[in-house]
Design a protein around this ligand. Structure first.
Ligand SMILES: [Zn+2]
Length: 326
């Protein structure tokens, strides 16, 4: 009976677990932006600390926009294996050279995250120069998102959800399930200080190349580990919001994290360090403006309404497709 129930569950509701999940889960994105604030120098901390909840909560706005804005999707990843083998020398790192070689449409079709991070850095630098409170906040929160995505190995692989190797679900497993289970208890987010990045383009490309290189291990290790776990041991069933969902069991999650030898914690830490350093670099390149006068500023009613609209439309779409993040 138990197995009959299980197969019924599998055939009816559990497709949910296989819907594509993008990017670090919401949990990890918000944590990453949150911890990045603590790496800033006092001149920046005085503005970021009182707004830490905004910076954290709005880390996920780019994901919320993905349904409504067609151009949004490619900003979160790059199928770097499309360009050959590591270190993917066929692909120029400079946008203009890459466009000349592959065309913009083709680049967008395979993702543009390393370039979009640089676009965002330009926007944040401009916001600092203008001393524009809301643009500083919004662009800080959002560049954090794209930088964190660039650190995820499966965001730099065309096999992004294991769909080519019968490992569907591995995307959310690596970036959501593991951090949600282990980050709070076991990961260390004490990281030190942000640095000034002289060559932001090279810096973010190095992170993307690391991600591309690590993608193979992520896939291989999950495949290997699966051999020593039965289906029953590999997955567990949990009720969430009145729905039964299938997820990777705690035992399998812990074993996977161990086999990766701290990779997920390392990538989270590197994301945090990179984000704070990009914020700091933008501020320095803008001439280190005094941010004191911005501390008391708040978002206008129109801006708050805009955030609200984004939320509403995202929730409506999630509901429509039957998926709702808490
Ligand atoms: Zn994303």
């Amino acid at each position: 009976m138990k197995s009959a129930l299980r197969s019924l569950l599998l055939s009816s509701i559990l497709l949910l677990a296989y819907l594509p999940s993008y990017c670090w889960g919401f949990y990890a994105h918000q944590k990453i932006n949150y911890y990045a604030v603590f790496l800033l120098p006092p001149e920046m901390m005085l503005l970021y600390k009182p707004n830490i909840n905004f910076i954290s909560e709005h880390a996920i706005d780019p994901d919320k926009r993905r349904y409504g804005v067609p151009d949004e999707g490619p900003r979160h990843y790059i199928d770097i294996d499309h360009y050959g083998k590591y270190p993917y020398e066929a692909l120029p790192h400079k946008w203009t050279e890459a466009v000349a070689k592959f065309t913009e449409d083709s680049l967008k079709a395979h993702g543009i995250v390393p370039w979009h991070v640089q676009t965002m850095l330009g926007r944040l630098t401009a916001a600092f120069k203008e001393k524009n409170f809301s643009r500083i906040m919004k662009n800080s929160a959002e560049i954090g998102h794209y930088i964190a995505d660039a650190h995820v190995p499966l965001h730099a692989s065309s096999n992004h959800n294991g769909q080519l190797t019968n490992q569907k679900g591995i995307h959310g497993f690596w970036e959501s399930r593991v951090p949600e289970l282990l980050a709070e208890k076991e990961f260390d987010f004490f990281i030190g200080k942000a640095i000034y990045i002289k060559e932001p383009g090279d810096f973010i490309w190095d992170r993307v190349l690391e991600s591309g290189k690590a993608a193979d291990s992520v896939l291989t290790f999950e495949r290997e580990l699966s051999k020593s776990f039965s289906e029953d041991q590999k997955y567990s069933f949990e009720e969430r919001n009145g729905k039964v969902i299938r997820q990777y069991s705690s035992a399998f999650t812990i074993a996977f994290n161990k086999k990766l030898d701290g990779m997920i914690e390392r990538r989270m830490r590197q994301s945090i360090f990179c984000i704070a350093s990009f914020w700091f670099t933008a501020w320095v390149n803008a001439g280190q403006p005094d941010l004191k006068s911005l501390v008391k500023q708040q978002f206008s009613e129109a801006e708050i309404k805009e955030f609200d609209n984004l939320n509403q439309s995202w929730k409506a779409t999630e509901k429509m497709i039957g998926r709702q993040e808490e």
